[in-house]
Write a protein that binds this ligand. Structure first.
Ligand SMILES: C[S@@+](CC[C@H](N)C(=O)[O-])C[C@H]1O[C@@H](n2cnc3c(N)ncnc32)[C@H](O)[C@@H]1O
Length: 325
């Protein structure tokens, strides 16, 4: 079934899902995630990516509460996670991005519900300020679960972080570079030795500079801080992250769902990689619509990788910053 056939206009109306954008590949509804998910038939989608509000009191616009009581936030999270489990096809994948504090709770729930744990991917978060008696938080968790054995797992290769022969910095500290303490940076809760990923691998693609299999720690997802890249505030993700997830856990022609659409990063990546998609966003959808409209008009985003490959321009038919065997 195509995404357009999964939710009838009657059901959409009943669930107060307002169709805001439609392309040949997908539909974006303005509406509540629970309404969208509950409108989808059982076992009808291949991949769900969820980047919910982190309950940090961010301002997502009128009527969106990002500061719930602990129990309420967890109860709400379990409701949408439960719907995700219901609508994912056997072998389909669920990715959830959040603070480690919530990932622990999500993981325990998903384990209890019989989902198959694949990975906890640590995505480096370059801004790292210690608060109180704590280390600097240095990563967000990206949980990767499947419903049974994965139906699709494409090996994704990513470029080596930097050339060891050049003197460029490994990490992108964004606007914080100037404020780093000369004595060094605070101890982080992701402890990695970048040298580890400099080794060439047997799987590396010899036609490219140096490629390595994607690891459980992603240190190359740039923060979206630069105004010229930012489509909206807050918490827009970099397309490279969604491209990697979609390329790894789905095939062209399959259906990707994002219930917390935000600026439309998932839909943008799904369009580029020729997947069908369905999404909802309860708040402002303008940024997502602008972005998708630009893509339809052939305007692709220039994106900087934290690894020094800068300003890649890609036609719609190619994938950026990744290689799949
Ligand atoms: C962390 S942001 C997602 C950002 C997105 N991944 C991107 O790259 O732009 C969470 C989004 O969920 C939306 N949201 C919050 N509660 C929602 C709900 N109940 N249903 C649908 N969307 C919701 C917020 O408005 C916000 O845009």
């Amino acid at each position: 079934m195509l995404p357009f056939q999964l939710i009838s206009s009657d059901i959409a109306k009943q669930k107060e899902l307002h169709q805001i954008y439609m392309s040949e590949q997908g539909i974006l509804y303005q509406g509540d995630c629970l309404q969208l998910l509950s409108a989808l038939p059982d076992e009808s989608v291949d991949l769900i990516f969820a980047d919910p509000p982190f309950n940090l009191g961010k301002d997502y616009g009128e009527g969106i509460n990002d500061q719930m009581e602990l129990d309420k936030y967890l109860d709400w999270s379990q409701q949408w996670l439960s719907q995700c489990i219901r609508v994912i096809k056997p072998g389909g994948s669920l990715f959830v991005f959040n603070l480690p504090k919530w990932c622990v709770e999500y993981g325990a729930y998903l384990n209890r519900r019989g989902m198959c744990f694949r990975h906890w991917v640590a995505c480096r978060m370059p801004k790292a300020f210690p608060r109180g008696k704590k280390m600097s938080p240095a990563h967000y968790g990206l949980l990767y679960y499947t419903k049974g054995e994965p139906a699709v797992f494409n090996k994704v290769y990513t470029p080596i972080q930097v050339c060891r022969h050049c003197s460029g910095e490994i990490r992108d500290y964004g606007g914080h570079r100037k404020s780093l303490n000369e004595k060094g940076i605070n101890l982080m809760d992701v402890w990695d030795m970048p040298e580890d990923v400099w080794e060439n691998t047997p799987e590396a693609d010899p036609t490219e500079v140096l490629w390595t299999l994607a690891e459980e720690m992603w240190t190359d997802i740039p923060p979206v801080r630069h105004h010229r890249h930012k489509k909206r505030i807050p918490n827009e993700l970099a397309p490279i992250m969604l491209e990697r997830i979609i390329a790894m856990a789905s095939n062209p022609g399959q259906i990707v769902v994002d219930p917390f659409g935000g600026s439309g990063t998932t839909f943008y990546a799904a369009e580029k990689l020729h997947r069908y998609w369905i999404g909802s966003e309860i708040g402002d959808t303008e940024a997502a619509v602008d972005r998708l409209t630009d893509l339809t008009n052939g305007i692709v985003e220039e994106w900087e990788s934290a690894r020094g490959r800068k300003k890649l321009k890609q036609p719609k038919t190619t994938t950026s910053q990744l290689s799949i065997l």
